[in-house]
Write a protein that binds this ligand. Sequence first.
Ligand code: MEV
Length: 313
Amino acid sequence: MKSKASAPGKVILFGEHFVVYGVKAILCSINKRVTVTAEKINERKISINSKIGNIVLDPGKSISEINSPLKPFYYLANKVIKNQNTGIQINIDSEIPLGAGLGSSSACCVAGAAAIFRLFGEISKEEILKHAIEAEKTIFENTSGADCTVCTYGGIMEYDKKQGFKKIENEPNFHLVIVNSNIKHSTESMVSKVKQFEIENEEEFTKLCDQESKLVKDVLELLKENNTSKIGEKINQNQEYLEIIGISNNELRKMIKMGQKSSFGAKITGSGGGGCIFAITNKSNLDKTLKEFKNKNYDCFSVKIDFKGLNTF
Ligand code: MEV
């Protein structure tokens, strides 16, 4: 018996890092997916296959013994077969660039939780999300939960740690141009860096959180009007706050400057330090923006909002 699920990647439009401190963020899922297939096998093993490597392990191991980026899948499979006399084989297929701030790990956790748990019966999206966040915590303990939430429900949403998510009902028609710096980064270390900034600059950080909250509030109004050009200005403003908290660098700044020239606005998405930036466009400047980056040999592509979220087969 096989179970299959796919989940989209995501872009944080506003509020990364500040969301960890309780500020509201705005996120959307994108039309690039991870697909996970899970299958019961007779041998009592957990076998995980993906382009980034394969592992075959006995069940029952403590999660701290596992030194692999595939750890969340082991966590989920181990949990589900604890009282079952079976093994599990898991295959992962991804269209989302890895470790680039586009939610590949959250999409893996969501699609993984759905495929694995559905081998043993029906399960609600809410339960899948709960397991996915637990799985993500095996690699990044302090996650705000925002990424897994948008990968589960899809669309565009506001999210804060206390109240969870609220879907934004009108469907914006912007296109995002994603540009990958291909600079490796770790979400965990970038979140620690911001923590250090907060400790050393308490007053300034509180002020920035207030400014970010105000900005998000304004954007929620602009989204109702579908005002992409004004939203672009807010994106540039958000980037200024991200510069202050120290998650940018020269290469990212260079990319953002290019994006800001040809589109309505550009900023880092996700934890920064590397990974991706995005530029917000509509039909009038999408091709031009993509071309600018392609001409300079940047790794770039355009995405639209995915409105489906988690899909199970
Ligand atoms: C990472 O994609 C987003 C951060 O805000 C961390 C989090 O929300 O868990 C940097």
